[in-house]
Write a protein that binds this ligand. Structure first.
Ligand code: MF3
Ligand code: CO
Length: 249
C-alpha cells in the first residue's frame, strides 16, 4: 500500500530533506585526501543532531554508523572506518535523517581531488540518470516509466545499472511501498498520484551490473571491481512538476 502524504506531512518531509541536504554539504566540504570515512560520519551525525534530527541508518537492521561511505568499486552500504581517502578516489555518500517522525534519504558520489575522465563521466551519468527518471515522476505516469527512463539513459551512455538494489517509497518509515527498480519496461506498476513520496536512487557501474557482498555483511561491491556511483533524492509527486525534498532550504 502506497501512503499518500498530506500537505502537513510534506512540509515535515521537506524539513527532514533540508537537514539531509545540509549534512551532505558539510560532508562534501570536508572531502579531501587524508580524511577518514569515520570523520565524515561524525561530521554528518553532528550536523543532523544539531538540527534536531536523528540519523536514519544508525541501528537500522544493525547498521553501525550514521552514513554510508562507499569508495571506488564499493556500490553502496560501505561502513565508515579508519580508511583514508586518497587523490583519485570516488566516494558515494548516502545520508538519511528523521525529523519530527519523517524521513529524508539522499546519496551522491564525489571525486577526491583529481580523478580520471572515466570516473567523472560515471559520476555525471549517474546524476543525470536520476533527472532523466524524474521527467516521468508526474501524476498520471506509471512507476516503471521512471525505471525505464533511468535504465535507457544509463545504457545509452555505455554503463550498466545495478538490479539487485532498488529505490523505495519513504515517509514515516525509511522504506515504504513501492519498490522502485532502476530498470524495466515502461507502462507498468502503480499509477503515480500527488502526495506519493519516493526515494529514487540509481546505482551505476562502469563494467558488469553484477554485485557481490563483502564479508562484513553490508558493503556491496561490483563483481568485476569496476567503479560504481550512486545518486539519490527523496521526491514528492504533485499535480505538476515533482518536488525534490532533499535540497537545502
Ligand atoms: N539509501 C539507503 C536505502 O535506501 C541507505 C540505507 S543504509 C542502511 O536503503 F544501513 F540503513 F541500511
Ligand atoms: Co534510499
Amino acid at each position: 500500500m502506497i501512503i499518500i502524504k498530506s500537505e502537513r506531512e510534506l512540509k515535515l518531509m521537506r524539513k527532514a530533506g533540508a537537514i539531509v541536504a545540509g549534512a551532505h554539504e558539510a560532508v562534501r566540504r570536508s572531502i579531501r585526501p587524508g580524511i577518514t570515512t569515520e570523520e565524515l560520519d561524525r561530521i554528518a551525525e553532528e550536523y543532523i543532531r544539531a538540527h534536531d534530527a536523528i540519523p536514519a541508518f544508525k541501528g537500522y537492521n544493525g547498521y553501525p554508523a550514521s552514513i554510508c561511505t562507499s569508495i571506488n568499486e564499493q556500490v553502496i552500504h560501505g561502513i565508515p572506518g579508519k580508511r583514508e581517502l586518497k587523490e583519485g578516489d570516488i566516494i558515494s555518500i548516502d545520508i538519511g535523517a528523521f525529523y519530527m517522525g519523517y524521513c529524508g534519504d539522499s546519496a551522491k558520489t564525489h571525486p577526491v581531488g583529481k580523478v580520471s575522465p572515466e570516473a567523472v563521466e560515471l559520476i555525471n551519468v549517474t546524476k543525470q540518470s536520476f533527472y532523466e527518471g524524474i521527467k516521468f515522476a508526474r501524476a498520471g505516469y506509471r512507476l516503471s516509466d521512471i525505471s525505464h527512463a533511468i535504465q535507457s539513459y544509463i545504457e545509452s551512455r555505455g554503463f550498466s545499472v545495478v538490479k539487485s538494489f532498488v529505490g523505495h517509497g519513504i515517509g514515516q518509515r525509511m522504506h515504504e511501498d513501492p519498490q522502485i527498480p532502476n530498470f524495466g519496461a515502461p507502462g507498468k506498476g502503480p499509477r503515480l498520484r500527488p502526495g506519493m513520496t519516493l526515494a529514487i536512487e540509481p546505482m551505476v557501474n562502469q563494467g558488469t551490473d553484477q554485485v557481490v557482498l563483502m564479508p562484513d555483511g553490508w558493503t556491496v561491491l561490483t563483481a568485476d571491481r569496476s567503479l560504481s556511483a550512486h545518486y539519490e533524492h527523496t521526491i514528492a509527486i504533485t499535480e505538476d512538476e515533482p518536488v525534490i525534498l532533499t535540497l537545502k532550504e
